[in-house]
Design a protein around this ligand. Structure first.
Ligand SMILES: C[S@@+](CC[C@H](N)C(=O)[O-])C[C@H]1O[C@@H](n2cnc3c(N)ncnc32)[C@H](O)[C@@H]1O
Ligand SMILES: CC(C)=CCC/C(C)=C/COP(=O)(O)OP(=O)(O)O
Ligand SMILES: [Mg+2]
Length: 294
């Protein structure tokens, strides 16, 4: 594998990369300006910077006693462990990825999941984000790690990916699909994936069993300037685009401990109540869907 391997084919590179609509400009600005301690302090723990949430049980012993002077540091480390555990579960669902395969992280943030994917599979990983600040951050981090020949972030629209048709062994959206039309998104994943390739998403979605998006879901949308889709819309968009679910896992019970711990920390941002209440009243679900490209 050489650095040439991560150069996209020029024939597929869009004439105008990056944001394509005024909404996407807003989202690019949002992530360019984002610097919340709940994300940066957690990333500082081991250099994996995530913009997604955590799953798994809290290790109470690792937190120490409530009066422990190191308690806050321990809470930060524990929240970070749960976020990385979430990315591990996503990567588990990619199945077998050959070392000479290519993976696409659509909406890659600061690149934490990309680094983990490369460390696990040894393959090339391409990330796309609307934010130049995030892409620079991720690229600087992979240079520090000496893996920049295999891992790269680009400022590109994931609805118009700079990759050849059928060129990806796997692709994913980790909490990034609520910024786009799902039919457009699944059509583009379906195009870049090889037949037999795997698509995985972890997402928050509203639950059609509840009826319509609850006030908590509306609050989350307003907080992040996103547009949460329903579980039904995900499955329909996949079915319409040759993506056949291989696993649909409700991670809602697994993410509650993360939110309960976060709500007690000094890093609260004000959105904790909306996540906790909507997960508990059944209006919102934290879902993993893995699908085969057929
Ligand atoms: C909540 S962050 C998730 C980041 C990352 N997946 C993670 O798990 O850390 C959402 C990301 O989606 C990206 N995004 C939103 N719309 C996009 C689009 N149309 N094309 C590319 N990236 C997009 C944002 O730039 C941001 O990086
Ligand atoms: C599950 C849903 C609906 C996610 C919406 C997308 C989003 C903003 C994810 C977390 O980003 P972050 O890590 O930057 O957020 P925070 O600062 O709250 O940790
Ligand atoms: Mg976060």
């Amino acid at each position: 594998m050489t650095t040439m391997d991560i150069t996209p084919a020029t024939g597929t590179t869009p004439a105008i990369p990056g944001p394509a609509t005024p909404y996407q400009d807003d989202i690019a600005r949002y992530w360019d300006q984002e610097a919340r301690p709940v994300n940066l302090k957690l990333g500082d723990v081991d250099g994996l910077y995530h913009h997604h949430y955590g799953i798994g049980d809290v290790d109470q012993a690792a937190l120490g006693d409530p009066g422990d002077s190191e308690r806050e540091k321990k809470v930060i480390a524990e929240l970070h462990r749960l976020e990385s555990a979430q990315a591990d579960v996503l990567l588990n669902h990619l199945g077998h990825v050959p070392r000479d395969g290519m993976l696409v992280d659509a909406g890659c943030g600061r690149g934490g999941s990309m680094v983990m994917a490369h460390q696990r599979f040894g393959c090339r990983v391409e990330g796309l984000t609307l934010s130049a600040k995030q892409a620079d951050f991720a690229n600087q981090r992979v240079r520090q790690l000496g893996i920049d020949s295999h891992v790269r972030s680009q400022v590109r629209n994931m609805l118009d990916m700079p990759f050849e048709t059928g060129s990806a062994a796997g692709s994913w959206n980790n909490e990034s699909s609520m910024y786009v039309d799902l039919d457009d998104l699944m059509a583009e994943h379906s195009r870049v994936l090889s037949v037999g390739g795997r698509y995985v998403t972890i997402t928050g979605c509203w639950n059609p069993v509840y009826g319509q998006p609850s006030k908590w879901v509306s609050q989350i949308n307003a907080h992040f300037e996103c547009n949460i889709h329903s579980r039904r819309e995900y499955l329909r968009a996949m079915a319409d685009n040759r993506l056949v679910p291989q696993a649909v896992i409700d991670l809602t019970p697994d993410t509650l401990p993360y939110w309960e711990l976060r709500a007690t920390s000094s890093l609260v941002t004000g959105i904790e109540e909306a996540f906790l209440e909507s997960y508990k009243d059944g209006s919102f679900q934290y879902l993993l869907i893995a699908a085969d490209r057929v």
